[in-house]
Write a protein that binds this ligand. Structure first.
Ligand code: BDR
Ligand code: CA
Length: 311
């Protein structure tokens, strides 16, 4: 079986960490590179966290690249209230000797896409700054990528940072806008689907009992978010935003989506960062992406456990 070639751009972030641990354990996946972007915490934290995760995942050979330290425009925001000042809620990873490569995130992504035209899936788990810079600097890149699968936005549900906007889009709306306009094959996993992609307390317990250090780490850091998911979203479990986008890459059959047009509000007084989705209106604008909006939740939970059992 040919392996799925993945380049992952991330801002760890506890759910980014869970997604990376899953990606490393998943069968049939080759990770070509990992890149860090400022997001949940500043780049000074997301980059060391990505390096520590690469070592902990047992994928020391996968190169790690630094990306942007702030958005293309507007103020930087973080989510330390969720992920902690260190981005991993204080759950330190084992020491290692890995270092980031000299090459930038955007040049490395282009080089890999050129080497494997039409085969590389870019999984974008943070603000879209690195991706927008890559598309601006390398105009052939959108066409060279197989697809861009991103966690971001909110189609028919409220935002999670503001009433209108989801974190990854609000953190750099201009970058997100540029990505939707670039002509790439884009798959969007917004809050509509990621808030339905959770592990129940029973599943988290099963995960913790699987035995590997990676499964225990995943269960611990995500398990801590359960009270907050219960209170804020009425979900009895740990919401897995970034792992949901990875799962779409691995098992798209678990999800429901439709092609549609998405535009990003880059200026609004109260709606900055809103993803305006023409999924159901009469406008019927020319689609520029696939919107994923539903998931088979029990099958998703089972799949997470099956994948992590291989770690
Ligand atoms: C997204 O924002 C971050 O806090 C998470 O890592 C995820 O990528 C959810 O809105
Ligand atoms: Ca993230």
């Amino acid at each position: 079986m040919d392996k799925k070639l993945l380049f992952i751009d991330c801002d760890p972030g506890v759910d980014d960490a869970a997604a990376l641990l899953m990606a490393a354990a998943a069968p049939g996946v080759q990770i070509l590179g990992l890149s860090a972007v400022a997001g949940n915490v500043p780049l000074e934290r997301t980059l060391p966290n990505t390096l520590a995760l690469a070592a902990f995942m047992g994928t020391e050979e996968v190169p790690v690249y630094a990306g942007a330290s702030g958005p293309i425009s507007g103020p930087a925001i973080t989510a330390v209230h969720v992920h902690g000042e260190d981005g991993l809620r204080g759950h330190e990873l084992p020491p290692h000797n890995l270092k980031a490569r000299e090459e930038t995130a955007w040049d490395a992504l282009y080089r890999e896409a050129l080497a494997h035209p039409g085969e590389v899936t870019l999984l974008a788990l943070g603000p879209l700054t690195n991706v927008a810079i890559a598309f601006a600097k390398h105009p052939r890149l959108p066409e060279l990528l197989k697809e861009v699968v991103l966690m971001g936005g909110a189609a028919a549900v409220p935002g999670n940072v503001s009433p209108a906007a989801e974190f990854n889009i609000l953190a750099d709306p201009a970058a997100a806008e540029a990505v939707f306009r670039a002509g790439a094959r884009v798959v969007v996993c917004p809050l509509d689907v990621t808030e339905k992609s959770y592990l129940t307390p029973e599943e988290l317990e099963e995960l913790a009992g699987q035995g590997s250090a990676q499964a225990r780490y995943f269960a611990t850091v995500m398990g801590e978010t359960v009270p907050w998911c219960q209170e804020g979203y009425g979900v009895n479990g740990a919401i897995l935003h970034d792992p949901a986008a990875l799962m779409y890459v691995l098992q798209p059959g678990l999800f429901t989506g439709k092609k549609c047009w998405i535009g990003v509000e880059t200026q609004g007084q109260v709606s900055r960062g809103k993803t305006v989705c023409d999924a159901f209106s009469d406008a019927k604008k020319e689609p520029n992406c696939t919107l994923v909006y539903d998931v088979d939740r029990p099958a998703f939970g089972r799949a997470v456990l099956d994948i992590m059992a291989r770690s």
